[in-house]
Write a protein that binds this ligand. Sequence first.
Ligand code: GLN
Length: 480
Amino acid sequence: MSEYKNLTAKQMADGVKCGELSAVELTKEAINLAKTEGKELNAFITICEEKALKQAAAVDALVKKGTSSPSQPLAGVPVAIKDNISYTDYATTCASHILDGYIPPYDATCVKNLIDAGAIIIGKTNMDEFAMGSSNENSFYGPVKNPVNHELVPGGSSGGSTAAVAQKIVPIAFGSETGGSVRQPAALCGVFGLKPTYGGISRYGLVAFASSTDQIAPLARTAEDIALAYQVAAGRDENDSTSVTFDHPLYSEKLATDKKFKIGIPKEYFAEGLNDEVKQIVEEAIKLLEKNGHTFKEISLPMTNRAIAVYYIITSAEASSNLARFDGVKYGLREAGDKDLTTMYSTTRDSGFGAEVKRRIMLGTYVLSAGYYEAYYRKASKVRELIRLDFEKAFNEVDLIISPTSPTPAFKLGEKIDDPLTMYLSDIYTASASLAGNPGISVPFGKTKDGLPIGVQFLAPWFNELSLFQISNILQKSAS
Ligand code: GLN
């Protein structure tokens, strides 16, 4: 199927529903690419061939019977999911040695929604261990390569899902976001990545890292496809009490608009540490949008320089608690099982977790410990509220905020791995919105002199994903 790589998810689903394309053929093509080009990039941990082919045959059978309906907006579309999203019959590893052999007993709600929509889950993608990282180098299964240049990182932690979309193995993939893990790799690989409003997509079945900011998050190559992916996955779920009842419109059908947006440029996001070429390209996007009648205004988000510190205190605290469950008893790996219980716990955790995960658990345990709780965790929680208020104030004045997604283009494999603080700065423009719960999108726009993709980020008020899709569509259309 020579045209496979050029088809969007929307075109695939339309083709399958009218009988012009076969879900089984699309699935075979995606699996073949995952096994060849995906292997080269190390993008997949597991390929779900058997179940995928069965799902695809079921979709084709529905079409034949004439019973496939608009309720299957992703009929026959091959989709990949990050390996921290539970999917029965296959391992969910979180790219960690500690989950060796663990097979989840239930499907994540997002997976259920995808399958109901006709999507075909073709594989589980590589990632930073437990979603901790910005380069995908913290994986027990080895790093993922950036499809644009194999010596560079794809970003992280959803590096595998992002590489699979950028390499056109699948038109849509799902990753997860705690502080930028979909937006940042999307920027580094040149695709669209959405961090939904906190509570937009159910977290049921997503292995927890930091529950107060974790969100399942889609990636795609067009504004329409990412809107489609979100509308299928989103919605209230009684298995996740933090998912919100919200009337989600059919986003993908509402992309066209005459609306002129008022957009804020936060001065703190264009300050020291921002790569010159990235800055220039974001400024070009601003000029292009201005030409199209959108207006811009400088705004201030004064708490920006506190975001990284607050983010790493709060998310590490939550991680230390969430990861306490991996003790060799209920899940995956068990070491020294013939010794006493305490030895079993500690040897399992010692050999099961990688260095970055251990660093976060130690940091998190420290900031929650008696005597330090007030000084670190509590204080960080108060500053988090101030960060939220920054956005609330800004969105009284503007509809959207524009910024770079990442301070730099893709960097070399190995370049930052021994310097955690520099690595943490990759999240400087994404972490604030995660702490505040606001939605954000990274839109591929422009390239550096060396041909590396750049992402422009838009942030919106809670549950205003529609504006994000509309502005993405406008920018995509006016750039092409
Ligand atoms: N890079 C960030 C971290 O390491 C973000 C991770 C994420 O969003 N899952 O925590």
